[in-house]
Write a protein that binds this ligand. Structure first.
Ligand code: HEC
Length: 187
C-alpha cells in the first residue's frame, strides 16, 4: 500500500513537472487558443498589414472623442449637443436616466434616489448651476465622473449620454418652466 503510494506520487511528480516545463519558453504560436476573439482582437482583424492607413484625424461614425485632459469648462465650449430633442430622443433619454441615474439622482433629478441616504445625497440636477451648464459640461460629468460620482463612459454610449442630457433639460423645465414653455399653442 505504502509502495503503491510512492510510485503513484513519483508518477504524479513527473507528470506535474512535464506540464510545468512544457509551458515554459516563448510561444509564438500556441497550440490551443482559448478565446480567439481576445487573441485576435476586432481592431486587428480590421487593420491588416498592407491596408491604406486612415486619413489623419479620422474618427469612427457616431464617435465624439473627448481628450482625457479636457476640462469641464473646455468641454462646455467644445461640445454642443449633436442630437435634436425629438420625442424619440427624449424617450431614449428617459430610459437611460431611469436605468442609470435615477438610483442616486431620483426620479425628478432632485437627488432623492433610492440609494440615499446609504449613499451620500447627490446635488440636485435642477439647480441653477446645472441649468446654466452647457450640455457639454454635463457630458463631461457623465463621461469622466466628478468627485464621488464615477464615470459612466463604460456603461452609456455617447449618443445615449447626449439623449439623457435632453431629458435632464426636460426635468428642469418641468420644475421651473420658462416663459416659452408656458406659451399656449393656439390653433
Ligand atoms: C452612484 C450614484 C450616482 C449615479 C448612478 C449617478 N450620479 Fe451623478 N452624481 C452623484 C454624486 C454623489 C454627485 C456629486 C459629486 C460631487 O460631489 O461633485 C453627482 C453629480 C452629478 C452632476 C453634477 C452636479 C453638480 O451640481 O455638480 C451631474 C450633471 C450628474 N451627476 C449627472 C448624472 C447623470 C446624467 C447620471 C446618469 C447617467 C448620473 N449622474 C448618475 C451620484 C451619482
Amino acid at each position: 500500500m505504502v509502495r503503491m503510494n510512492k510510485q503513484f506520487m513519483s508518477a504524479l511528480l513527473i507528470a506535474l513537472s512535464l506540464i510545468t516545463l512544457s509551458s515554459c519558453g516563448k510561444h509564438e504560436k500556441p497550440h490551443f487558443i482559448y478565446m480567439p476573439d481576445m487573441y485576435w482582437t476586432k481592431g486587428l482583424k480590421y487593420q491588416q498589414p498592407g491596408m491604406k492607413p486612415p486619413v489623419p484625424g479620422t474618427i469612427s461614425r457616431g464617435y465624439y472623442p473627448m481628450p482625457v485632459a479636457m476640462t469641464l469648462e473646455e468641454a462646455g465650449k467644445a461640445y454642443p449637443n449633436p442630437l435634436r430633442a425629438t420625442a424619440a430622443v427624449l424617450a431614449r433619454g428617459q430610459h437611460v436616466f431611469n436605468n442609470n441615474c435615477i438610483v442616486c439622482h431620483g426620479p425628478g433629478g432632485e437627488g432623492d434616489g433610492y440609494i440615499v441616504p446609504k449613499y451620500p445625497r447627490p446635488p440636485s440636477l435642477l439647480s441653477d448651476k446645472i441649468r446654466n451648464y452647457a450640455d457639454g459640461n454635463i457630458y463631461h460629468v457623465i463621461t469622466n465622473g466628478q468627485n464621488l460620482m464615477s464615470s459612466y463612459a463604460g456603461q452609456i454610449r455617447q449618443e445615449d449620454r447626449w439623449a439623457v442630457i435632453h431629458y435632464i433639460r426636460a426635468l428642469q423645465r418641468a420644475k421651473k418652466p420658462t416663459a416659452a414653455d408656458l406659451k399656449t399653442v393656439s390653433n
